[in-house]
Design a protein around this ligand. Structure first.
Ligand code: XUL
Ligand code: CO
Length: 439
């Protein structure tokens, strides 16, 4: 087979003092942390769209990324080359999983039937390569937002013909995901949202979205697809009001339509920050509600208000993320998908590898630090101490459902001396620094 990235070696762990750019400094895949290897904890996943399909274009200029298939014009040959390159890249980086949209892996044909035939051909090839390289599909999804037919949305379009087309596309994407043994299926609401209520029937659009998701659930049962369905919240971009704003909004939507037992969340860092949250907040909220499904890891730029999807290099965020993941007992059927792309000026193929190395090392070190934090239990002890008043007396009565407004009033009238304790935020932040600096 052609070697697409001949200048890039297999990336090995060399430890934190290594000066080799093409080596891991912190990600040691076989290292055991708390009974599991780093590889099992992290389930690193390659995003097909950013890694193989994107070209570095932005609203001000065309693509810049150099790719080995740049001179090939036959679209199916390009699709096959990308697939081969994808497996070489995963192999060289020691990544076990990948994730894709249907349109990332195969081009659209002149009609839906031809498009499906193209997809089938590439999927068959993908299946072969998965066996050869021993790689797994974390999740599949449908790109029901890129083609101009989806200008008004897919499951929330005003056009019933487009709704039907989107259903056909998602049906096929689910079949393909099942065929490749995908462990999850993702719904990110591409253009499911609106720009102005002057032309939008909000209720109809949300009802239609729920109908669409219910049909997907029914079809999964019908074909025996047992992967986990995931919704990926995002507050804005491309539309002004995305319906799947954040974890809380999606939870309310799912519960409102009786869909909550079928879906978990795929939470993305840059989407969390666009919603005005931290990634940790979104992950924690999903965790306490039992819907933490999978993670799209990246980072935004605090000075930019859009989804820059950068490789994650912030150790604070990585540590606090892994803290939540460990508290969740791991990521289960989900994984850590690099929904991340290199900057437009990082256009050489080597940059792709350097981006992944940076991200994988950051998450690996975050895992080490978070494990230590939990092992030593200082933060959990501080939280427990802060809520101690609920472990005895009136606080215990409240938790046990033995209190009501009258009994609480009686208590308050006879206990006028209220004492509060400091929250010690600065101390805790300094302790977090200590864990990060010392690891
Ligand atoms: C878009 C985004 C998507 C989803 C999959 O912001 O994150 O790539 O992850 O459709
Ligand atoms: Co994403």
């Amino acid at each position: 087979m052609v070697e697409y990235f001949a200048n890039v070696p297999y990336i090995k762990y060399e430890g934190k003092n290594s000066k080799n750019d093409f080596a891991f400094k912190y990600y040691n895949l076989d290292e055991v942390i708390g009974g599991k290897t780093m590889r099992e904890h992290l389930k690193f996943t390659m995003s097909y769209w950013h890694t193989l399909a994107a070209n570095g274009s932005d609203p001000f200029g065309v693509g810049t990324y150099q790719k080995p298939w740049d001179n090939e014009t036959d679209q199916m040959k390009v699709a096959k080359a990308k697939m081969e390159a994808a497996f070489e890249l995963m192999d060289k980086l020691g990544m076990d999983y990948f994730a894709f949209h249907d349109r990332d892996i195969a081009p659209e044909g002149k009609d839906l039937a031809e498009t499906n035939a193209f997809l089938d051909e590439i999927v068959a090839y993908c299946k072969e390569l998965m066996k050869t390289y021993n790689k797994k599909l974390l999740w599949g999804t449908a790109n029901a937002f890129g083609n101009p037919r989806y200008v008004h949305g897919a499951a929330t379009t005003c056009n019933a013909y487009v709704y039907a087309y989107a259903a056909a596309q998602v049906k096929k994407a689910m079949e393909v995901t099942k065929e490749l043994g995908g462990e999850n299926y993702v719904f990110w609401g591409g253009r499911e949202g609106y720009e102005t209520l002057l032309n939008t029937d909000l209720k109809l659009e949300q009802d239609n979205l729920a109908r669409f998701l219910q049909m997907a659930v029914d079809y999964a049962h019908k074909i025996g697809f047992t992967g986990q369905f995931l919704i990926e919240p995002k507050p804005k971009e491309p539309t002004k009001h995305q319906y799947d704003f954040d974890v809380a909004t999606v939870l309310a939507f799912l519960r409102n339509y009786g869909l909550d037992k079928y879906f978990k969340m795929n939470i993305e860092a840059n989407h969390a920050t666009l919603a005005g949250h931290t990634f940790q907040h979104e992950v924690a909220l999903a965790r306490i509600n039992g819907v933490l499904g999978s993670l799209d890891i990246n980072q935004g730029d605090p000075n930019l208000g859009w989804d820059t999807d950068q490789f994650p290099t912030n150790i604070y965020d990585a540590t606090l993320l892994m803290y939540e993941v460990l508290k969740n007992g791991g990521i289960g059927q989900g994984g850590l998908n690099f929904d991340a792309k290199v900057r437009r000026a990082s256009f050489e193929v080597e940059d792709l590898f350097l981006g992944y190395i940076a991200g994988m090392d950051t998450l690996a070190q975050g895992l080490r630090i978070a494990y230590k934090m939990l092992e030593e239990g200082e933060f959990e002890a501080a939280v427990a101490e802060r809520y101690k008043s609920f472990t005895e007396g009136i606080g215990k009565d409240i938790l046990e459902g033995k209190a009501d407004f009258e009994s609480l009033e009686k208590y308050a009238l006879t206990n006028s001396l209220i004492k509060n304790k400091s929250g010690r935020q600065e101390l805790l932040e300094a302790k977090l620094n200590q864990y990060i600096f010392n690891e």
